[in-house]
Design a protein around this ligand. Structure first.
Ligand code: AMP
Ligand code: ZN
Length: 492
């Protein structure tokens, strides 16, 4: 269904700093590129917040009927420590410390990333290209930038000439930074003397003897700069100009600024029409980050094995927690916030489960068409999920009134109400109905029986049996959660 024809989506564009009408380059089609993870460690919940938001963007665009090509890369080479211009490659360093092959590091954390995304109900992107799979294309792009006069070689490394570019273009167009100010803010690190100016950034780095990730090139045996891979892979799969480019706010500068400079130098056209940036997830008031140790892993939340939360929470509750905040606001993670989300989530799910039991009436006491319109208005307003959720709770109120026979819906309204609620809860927000889905309800019954037997075992202080029931259910992907109101379960 081409719903996009009657829904004018507005997107906050970090480039213009305004909400703009979304008009794709080719009517009905959307090209979207999101910077993926650097696979040198487990993705933390902050990373997941960013990827989850773009999962929502993808899901909503699909729901509107767009044909979307969604490209999210895997950075498996070239990303140096502290996002700096000098230093060791993050993956190579991990490989050295653990005495394994860099590609073992890449494999381990790519598998972990996919496992997290599966547990958290992400849709896979259309293409997931890797930096190491596109070395040839990266070398070609560097040659082109050199030919055009915007890069130079020194001692086997190649640098982008920011001042030369800034003579005719605006380096700083996205981040609002001025090249001259950058001069004062840039520290001179060892090795940077190779550059004409400290603002210049590496397109190719010559590898020293210790560096194990290296490829031959016209300039040296070395490796590409981190910013280059995204220009190369976005152009290759989405074209010189495409619709949406996303990532966390911390990537605006230098990463995305450099991407624009590289791509525009080669093609001469504006590479991206809408830049979208997510705000940060914090923990204890500070940005969640691997480097500071201030983070929680998504799978630790599901298992309850962490020092931060009082108990385990389901993936759908964590999704709900994330989506209760606007993606452009900072969101602080805590056990209390998750507990509040869990309550809201279970109210919503209980109501949704009751939908099938509702019978149609002769009259409607609720204006379904108006309510449906408000849900779309919320999402059309730059994917405003917290406002959407508040509208979903209006539907919960109606369902509860129907339960108490204080409200009613005609057959036609009931159908539209059900379809819309299911579409927004499951297809667009990607929440999960954690009661086991089997038509007869037999499996639910069996798990409930095991919960009862485990309770009896605990009353008899038979901890071994109680633990055995819990652990074996976990192996089957069924998680028991003990709470004040008794034990519930969720399915991963
Ligand atoms: P990385 O693997 O470090 O390249 O990060 C992957 C993505 O996660 C990038 O888009 C980052 O901007 C984003 N990111 C990193 N830390 C956070 C955070 N605390 N909150 C939200 N997004 C983050
Ligand atoms: Zn990128």
């Amino acid at each position: 269904m081409e719903r996009y024809k009657e829904n004018q989506l507005k997107v906050y564009n970090s480039l213009s700093k305004k909400k703009e009408d979304f008009k794709p380059i080719t009517a009905g089609y959307v090209g979207m590129y999101v910077c993926g993870p650097t696979v040198y460690s487990n993705a933390h919940l902050g990373n997941v917040r960013t990827f989850m938001f773009f999962d929502i963007v993808y899901r909503y665009l699909l729901h509107l009927g767009y044909k979307v090509r969604y490209v999210r890369n895997i950075t498996d080479a070239g990303h140096l420590e502290n996002d700096a211009e000098e230093g060791e490659d993050k993956i190579a360093k991990k490989a050295r410390l653990e005495q394994i092959e860099p590609m073992e590091v890449v494999q381990r954390y790519t598998v972990d990333f996919h496992n997290v995304l599966k547990n958290y109900n992400f849709l896979p992107p259309s293409i997931e290209p890797t930096a190491t799979g596109h070395i040839v294309e990266q070398i070609e792009m560097i040659k082109e930038i050199i030919e055009k006069g915007f890069a130079y070689e020194v001692n086997g490394s190649v640098y982008f000439d920011v001042f030369e570019y800034n003579k005719k273009e605006n380096y700083g167009i996205l981040s609002g930074r001025k090249v001259e100010d950058l001069l004062h803010n840039t520290r001179t690190l060892d090795g940077q003397s190779d550059k004409k100016n400290p603002q210049d950034f590496a397109l190719w780095k010559k590898a020293d003897e210790r560096h194990i990730m290296r490829w031959p090139s016209p300039w040296s045996d070395g490796f590409p700069g981190w910013h280059l891979e995204c220009s190369v892979m976005s152009t290759k799969y989405l074209g010189e100009s495409f619709d949406i480019h996303g990532g966390g706010m911390d990537l605006k500068f230098p990463h995305h600024e450099c991407e624009i400079a590289q791509s525009k130098t080669c093609s001469g056209v504006t590479p991206v029409n809408y830049w979208m940036h997510t705000n940060m997830l914090s923990l204890n008031g500070q940005r969640m980050a691997k480097s500071t140790g201030n983070f929680i892993l998504p799978n630790e939340i599901l298992s309850g094995e962490n020092d931060i939360l009082p108990k385990a929470f389901s993936a759908s509750v964590v999704r709900f927690f994330n989506l209760q905040a606007n993606y452009r606001s900072i969101l602080d993670f805590s056990g209390e916030a998750l507990e509040a989300s869990e309550k809201g989530h279970s109210k919503l799910m209980e109501a949704v489960r009751f939908l099938d039991k509702i019978e149609a009436s002769k009259t409607s006491t609720f204006n379904v068409k108006d309510w449906v319109a408000t849900c779309y208005v919320a999402m059309n307003d730059d994917f405003n999920t917290p406002i959407l959720i508040s509208h979903l709770f209006e539907a919960v109120k109606v369902i509860n009134q129907i339960k108490e026979q204080k409200a009613s819906l005609t057959a036609e309204d009931l159908l539209e109400f059900k379809e819309t609620l299911n579409a927004f809860v499951f297809d667009i927000l990607g929440l999960m109905n954690e009661k086991l889905q089997d038509n007869s309800g037999k499996i639910n019954g069996v798990v409930e029986l095991l919960i009862k037997l485990r309770k009896e075992a605990r009353e008899n202080k038979d901890w071994a049996l109680s633990d055995q029931i819990r652990d074996e259910l976990i192996e089957l992907g069924i998680q028991l959660k003990d709470g004040k109101e008794g034990t519930t379960f969720s399915v991963n």
